[in-house]
Design a protein around this ligand. Structure first.
Ligand code: ADP
Length: 162
């Protein structure tokens, strides 16, 4: 069975992430989407909330599993015995950081870990969790960016009456 891990902050998951999850699930037998518990970032949603959002959004996808992890991605992959990492690439600006990370992960895993990149679907190429949060703060329309239940959570966190 060919499995892959899709790690990320997912604060919150957007349709851009969901698109990558669906496309990866069409290629791999199993996709483990893993929410990074990153102490360096101050996320809006807790790890549990981010996991629950992803679970709800992927409940119809039988080969997608949602988990969370802290620490090094290379250690987590070793623990799970999965050596393929999925990431999404939106623009050239993502590339430099992603390349560096993939090379470091490869080094830390004795050259076992490979990263597979999915080009963003054009309609999501400008979409990011941060822009979604900014729009929510001002009560803007999130219909094309996140599922409705996520939009409602965002509005409520920002005190928007929707
Ligand atoms: P990070 O893991 O870098 O903290 P995210 O949780 O936002 O940030 O992203 C997880 C992965 O999803 C990254 O590979 C990122 O490039 C990708 N991604 C984020 N938004 C999109 C999008 N709109 N289209 C495609 N890929 C995306």
């Amino acid at each position: 069975m060919k499995s892959a891990i899709y790690p990320g902050t997912f604060d919150p998951m957007t349709y851009g992430h969901l698109d990558i999850i669906k496309r990866a699930a069409n290629i791999f037998d199993e996709v483990v989407v893993s929410v990074l518990d990153n102490k360096e970032k101050t996320p809006l949603f807790s790890v549990d909330e981010r996991v629950n959002i992803l679970k709800e959004a992927t409940k119809e996808l039988p080969n997608v599993k949602i988990e969370s992890f802290g620490g090094l991605l290379s250690d987590y992959c070793k623990e799970k015995n999965i050596y393929v990492v999925v990431r999404g690439l939106r623009a050239v600006t993502d590339f430099e950081y992603e390349l560096q990370m993939s090379q470091m992960n490869r080094k830390l895993s004795d050259n076992k870990l490979d990263t597979v990149y999915f080009n963003t679907s054009l309609k999501y190429s400008y979409l990011s969790s941060s822009s979604v949060k900014q729009i929510a703060q001002f009560g803007g329309d999130l219909t094309d960016f996140v599922p409705e239940f996520v939009a409602l959570k965002l509005y409520s966190l920002y005190g928007q009456n929707k």
